[in-house]
Ligand binder design. Structure first.
Ligand code: 1GP
Length: 247
């Protein structure tokens, strides 16, 4: 019980972590996933997030979870909807898209998913999900009322509300493939005033950007696209976060 949450908490005490996002619909070659995943693991990524907004089925999710099953770091579902629930995962980000205008993404899907998650005994990581600046497909489908990149006070207000409602994690999402990531200033303000484990993702493509976000106080950096587009670069990002952690 609460195994993954404790794992994240313990590792976080040593410094920032990197999570590798695998979108089962974007993996061009499933045969190569095992060796790619091993490289990410060896470089020092701390968990796999598995999910995507479009074209993801439970079959594809299970397939990816199966391939990753021998790698000894947590496999965490990053769901876009209620179809992405699998007992093969170690945990699930139990997301509420706090800045959605559609109640389905705030509390509807969660109600439908909850009894199944309970039955399967999957660990939940209670997470406020905020879409910032760009949003991409997730922002469109989730009907997000997007928080501008520079509106730090607005983002902090959502973060505090998430904390007061008992959420443990806050995912600041610029959107997969965003032309720019969430700004370090937003992260540092939230880190200073809210007691939440801060996850930052969307549009992180270089070590420099990742390290700036770590310096600002991000607990977890997520990269998705770069893993598929340029694995060597992804490995550099992971190593730079790990090395930063050591100093
Ligand atoms: C998307 O935050 C993640 O949900 C990662 O985004 O694919 O741009 O790295 P990228």
């Amino acid at each position: 019980k609460e195994k993954i949450s404790k794992y994240i908490q313990q590792l976080s005490e040593e410094g920032a972590l990197h999570f590798s996002l695998i979108d089962p619909d974007k993996i061009s070659n499933l045969d190569k996933l095992d060796s790619l995943a091993r490289k990410l693991y060896e470089a020092g990524t701390s968990a796999f997030l598995i999910g995507g907004t479009l074209g993801v089925s439970k079959d594809k999710l299970d397939n990816v979870l199966e391939i990753l099953s021998d790698i000894k770091i947590p496999k965490i579902i990053f769901p876009s909807n209620i179809n992405l629930i699998s007992e093969k995962a170690d945990a699930i980000l139990f997301l509420s898209l706090l800045n959605s205008d559609d109640i389905y993404y705030v509390i509807g899907a969660q109600v439908v998913a909850a009894p199944l998650i309970k039955k399967l005994g999957i660990e939940v990581l209670p997470t406020g999900y905020l879409i910032i600046g760009y949003g991409g497909t997730a922002g469109h489908i989730g009907r997000a009322r997007i928080i501008p990149f520079d509106n730090n006070d607005l983002a902090l207000s959502y973060a505090l509300a998430a904390e007061f409602m008992g959420m443990k994690f806050l995912y600041l999402e610029a959107g997969s493939g965003s032309p720019e990531p969430v700004k370090p200033e937003m992260v540092s303000l939230i880190r200073r005033f809210a007691n939440l484990t801060i996850i930052v993702g969307g549009g992180i493509r270089t070590q420099e950007t990742a390290i700036k976000l770590v310096e600002a106080g991000a607990h977890i950096i997520v990269t998705g696209n770069i893993i598929e587009d340029n694995p060597e670069k992804a490995i550099k990002i992971i190593e730079s976060i790990r090395n930063y952690r050591r100093v």
